[in-house]
Design a protein around this ligand. Sequence first.
Ligand SMILES: Cc1cc2nc3c(=O)[nH]c(=O)nc-3n(C[C@H](O)[C@H](O)[C@H](O)COP(=O)(O)OP(=O)(O)OC[C@H]3O[C@@H](n4cnc5c(N)ncnc54)[C@H](O)[C@@H]3O)c2cc1C
Length: 474
Amino acid sequence: MQKIYDVAIIGAGAVGTAIARELSRYKLKIALVEAKSDVGMGTTKANTAIWHTGFDAKPGTLEAQLLRRSYALMESYAPEAGIPTERLGGLLVAWTEDQFQNLSNLLQRAHQNGVTDVRIISAEEVYRLEPGLNEGAWGGLFVPGESLICPFTLPIAFATQALLNGADLKLNFPVQGIQQEDGVSHVFGPGEQRVSARYLINAAGLYSDVIDHMLGHYDFTVTPRRGELIVYDKFARSLINHIILPVPTAITKGVLISPTVYGNILLGPTAEDLEDKTNTATSEAGLAMLLEKGRAILPQLMDEEVTATYAGLRAATEHKDYQIRLHGEQRYVCVGGIRSTGVSGAMGIAEYVADLLAEAGLSLAPKPEFKTIRMPNIGEATPRPYQRPDLIAQNPDYGRMVCHCEKVTMGEILDAIHSPLPARTLDGLRRRTRAMQGRCQGFNCQAHVVDILARETGQDPKFLLALDGREVQR
Ligand SMILES: Cc1cc2nc3c(=O)[nH]c(=O)nc-3n(C[C@H](O)[C@H](O)[C@H](O)COP(=O)(O)OP(=O)(O)OC[C@H]3O[C@@H](n4cnc5c(N)ncnc54)[C@H](O)[C@@H]3O)c2cc1C
């Protein structure tokens, strides 16, 4: 007989996995359904990786409210689960008189949003904080809480914790149809794939409108808004101390220059509306625009080596807020239009969705124990395994370097392959360990990594390599 779950969640990005984790603290049977072969492979893996305070969100919106709540939740969750973060602070630089005048509006907006530690600073202070900036800054707004986060570890942590607390993960399950009958949603994939649940959540990111249509709703249309980025080599890291933000516009937060938790520098993103929800290619025009902006903000950056370029697609809609709606009579919650802040907002969204489900009649009885997790550290702010003699003494594999650019050891690769949510592809290993993400982009270590993955999982090395070309977004 077909198992009937209490809740099925479609989409295992930051948002879907956060919801699965949040619900797994209750006595519920949960299924997390994902089209791809791993969690976190949609927009969640291709963004700017800033943990936003929400200081510049439109006051009174659901986005502003949930970003604020999420920030507090993440402040305790990230250290508990070992998610790499760095609280560097954001420095929003005004390059024109108009932008400088606008800073007081942004300050006021930040206060309205409950972000009260923000302050306007003089041009002198801007250059004291960031001596490498180009000439011409009028002043700035300093936002101490803006932080870096690892967008790779985040969904893996959420999903791992959900699994540990009893949720089921159905990968390679692209939802193609939904039927609702007698209070149960039947979710169908290709062939025999089927999941049935009493409550349904749509967290399908770029495809959240398509899933919404399957349930008879046409409240919004997702337009993929492409953002291209350039990743600079680690030698560039010392050029800046903070996240350098532009004054945002109505369309985009604009082009920023930011460190990453891995020790690189990012320049981007662009903002361009497309039709194709799969077009994550970079473009000559987009990269040229970024170089021009980068040169104007931080001229020395142009002397640094580029490690990689990539593009991600924001799930933009015709509305200016998250599209989160409860359809109580259908026991269905749509969590769409999570545009450019979903990594930061995921935990707040998850808590809000749990409240909506309770409103719709789902009983949320806590389990006697909500198991916690601790993720392997892939950030630079705390010691990595190769820097820890204690770990190497326990297991010499943590001293055997496989990826020399990113300093990834055999021990970490084996851990990722044998973890509760195991890496089964090269892309999965990249996001769990950083192997092949460095300046040589796998030129030196890929063959070795393929050998290890093939040996440990029994997969054909040729298959792993062929699949990689299709699954990697860059
Ligand atoms: C350039 C750029 C920069 C950004 N910068 C930031 C930032 O600095 N900070 C921040 O907080 N946010 C940022 N964002 C936004 C953030 O990345 C997104 O809001 C967030 O990743 C959305 O997560 P999600 O889970 O909703 O979507 P996704 O990560 O796209 O997950 C949706 C999942 O649903 C699955 N799915 C889709 N259709 C189906 C189906 N039919 N069946 C089964 N599964 C399906 C997909 O495969 C995917 O895994 C940025 C985005 C971009 C593009």
